[in-house]
Design a protein around this ligand. Structure first.
Ligand code: SF4
Ligand code: SF4
Length: 573
């Protein structure tokens, strides 16, 4: 270890690391607008400059390596002055519409301007006349607010392996755009929203469904039902200042009722339903000899990714709809019949950690007899906005239970919120379906944690199954290429679009740090450890649904309502 001196304090540093890495570990904050943890520094914004004794110019801490005995001043008058000038220049051409911006109060540019004491406009430049791109079902762009930090471009390419966007144009006309500068709706964007989560300003946001939801709630003719995904209850609290990893499921249920939803259901219930169908499909594919590996189908960004880039592997995708869509389909069929309500009078809302779920809900494949399974999708962030709009005090709400019959879940269903969780849940049920007995150990440690690719060999009924769980589509691309080249043999592959899974989805609280993601993951594991019903086939409400309506997994009715298919998708690449 080396020792460096920062603001007259000695701190340890590792040889080869950057100044910023050493500072961050020591808890010393230096602002940056372009840095992305885990990726190589780009040095684009220069906000992180610091003064190093003996250096003629300020150095960018994100890319400058530490050296023994180095003396650093992070907030010297010169460093602060340089940062302030950069922010003032960025603001020169920025639209002055903070009051109308979705990121007001949560914008890094605004925060820096405040911290650096920017109180007057010293520089002016021409405002951008770029029109917002709002045609996408999931991601909206307002490039007039873009500060060209490049984070979205890097996430899209390096984390997601999609490269739907890049810098285009030259000089002062440089901007972030898609192929041929067309709308993002016709690009190869998979609508994951990871770019939204890293954008420091309001240049990127989700396509909001709040208006449709509020209007439906106001309509006395409509029965408005809502479901919430497994990871939402462990992230929503952060929007209200609670510690990452706080599970607010009961409070959220109470809040949803107060907001006017007529029924509150838990998507973890239909995660159990997905598992019953998906594990049955896996068992059948194993018996029938394929097509293998079977690939999970609950992450809509991943589905679009396969349709665009790996269409020859479409038959490997499970035909199961995602839990969101399965619950939507059951609500507008079984539930509507049981309640005696015309399905056309049910407005079905889901609260998801994901922007791509908005796209999924609009897919023509996700309907039955012309009736859409899901009518509107809110992200975790949008639900928080709605709660604030209605003035609900989270701290004063008493926890409430979800409604029957779709409120009961196993902990396997709850594990859908983390990478590896769908696989773990499916293996528990596949073992039961193939052998008639329960696994002696339900936990698959090898499939847990935040590693990019997790693998295991699992013995079920005398057959050794090679399984893998992958998150982040750049990683998925590597695994698919290995499968295609015959370098990797798998029976079952789980892919979640977002790194770590839905707990870090594109609709979750902005700028989630890795520790927050870890805390969210841990609380889902704790739920699985502590509760009694840990397998989907032991969920009594699921059994009842099959007895009363669906008959059995993979029945004709299940196929009609709960399964679908996909085809090659042509997009501008
Ligand atoms: S939503 Fe995902 S795929 Fe689309 S531009 Fe953003 S990061 Fe890329
Ligand atoms: S859209 Fe946002 S993340 Fe992308 S370059 Fe502009 S400011 Fe940065």
């Amino acid at each position: 270890m080396l020792t460096i001196q920062v603001n007259n304090r000695q701190i340890p540093a590792e040889p080869g690391e950057t100044i910023l890495e050493a500072l961050t570990r020591a808890g010393i904050k230096v602002p940056t607008l372009c840095h992305l943890e885990g990726l190589l520094p780009s040095g684009a914004c220069r906000i992180c400059v610091v003064e190093v004794e003996g250096q003629r110019t300020l150095v960018p801490s994100c890319s400058y390596p530490v050296a023994e005995g180095m003396k650093i001043r992070t907030h010297s008058p010169r460093a602060v002055r340089a940062r302030k000038t950069i922010v003032e220049l960025l603001l020169a051409g920025h639209p002055d519409d903070c009051l109308y911006c979705v990121r007001s109060g949560n914008c890094l540019l605004q925060t820096l301007a405040e911290e650096l004491g920017v109180r007057q406009r010293r520089y002016t430049s021409q405002k951008s006349d770029l029109k917002p791109d709002t045609a996408s079902p999931a991601v909206e762009r307002d490039l007039s607010k873009c500060i060209l930090c490049g984070k979205c471009v890097r996430v899209c390419e390096e984390v997601q392996g999609v490269s739907a966007i890049d810098f285009i144009g030259r000089g002062s006309a440089t901007r972030v755009g898609t192929a041929f500068d067309e709308g993002i709706n016709v690009s190869s964007c998979i609508f994951c929203g990871q770019c939204i989560n890293v954008c420091p300003t309001g240049a990127l946001r989700e396509q909001s469904h709040l208006k449709e939801v509020v209007n439906a709630i106001k309509d006395p003719e409509m029965m408005v039902v809502v479901q919430h995904a497994p990871s939402v209850s462990v992230t929503l609290g952060e929007e209200f200042g609670l510690r990452p990893g706080t599970d607010v499921v009961g409070i959220m249920t109470a809040a949803l009722r107060q907001l006017g939803f007529d029924r509150v259901f838990d998507t973890a219930f239909s995660a159990d339903l997905t598992i019953m169908e998906e594990a049955s499909e896996l068992a059948r594919r194993i018996k029938d000899g394929g097509p293998l590996p079977m690939m999970t189908s609950c992450s809509p960004g991943w589905i679009k990714f396969v349709e665009q880039f790996y269409p020859e592997m479409l038959e490997n995708l499970s035909t199961c709809k995602s839990p969101q869509q399965m619950l939507g389909a059951v609500i507008k069929s079984f539930f509507a019949g049981r309640e005696g309500v015309d399905p056309a009078r049910i407005f079905s809302v889901s609260v998801m950690p994901c922007t791509a779920k908005k796209f999924e809900a609009r897919r023509p494949e996700m309907s039955c007899n012309g009736v859409a399974d899901i009518d509107a999708v809110l992200t975790t962030r949008e639900l928080a906005r709605l709660i604030r709009l209605r003035g609900l005090e989270i701290s004063s709400l008493e926890p409430e239970a979800a409604d029957t019959p779709f409120g009961e879940r196993s902990t396997a269903g709850k594990l859908f919120g983390v990478s590896g969780g769908v696989m773990e849940a499916a293996l528990r049920t596949a073992h039961y379906l193939l052998t008639g007995s329960e696994l002696s150990e339900l936990r698959f440690q090898a499939l847990r944690g935040l590693a990019e690719v997790k693998e295991a060999t699992v013995e079920i009924g005398g057959t050794a199954l090679n399984v893998a769980a992958v998150s982040g589509l750049a990683n998925a691309r590597r695994v698919l290429d290995e499968i295609r080249a015959g370098e990797r043999t798998l029976h079952f592959l789980e892919v979640m679009t977002c790194p770590g899974g839905c707990i870090a989805g594109g609709g979750q609280p902005i700028a989630s740090d890795p520790e927050a993601v870890r805390a969210r993951m841990q609380v889902l594991y704790n739920i699985d450890r502590d509760e009694p019903v840990r397998t989907s086939y032991n969920n009594a409400s699921i059994r009842q649904l099959y007895e009363q309506f669906l008959e059995r997994p993979l029945s004709e009715k299940s196929h009609r309502l709960l399964h679908t298919g996909y085809s090659r998708r042509k997009v501008l690449i």
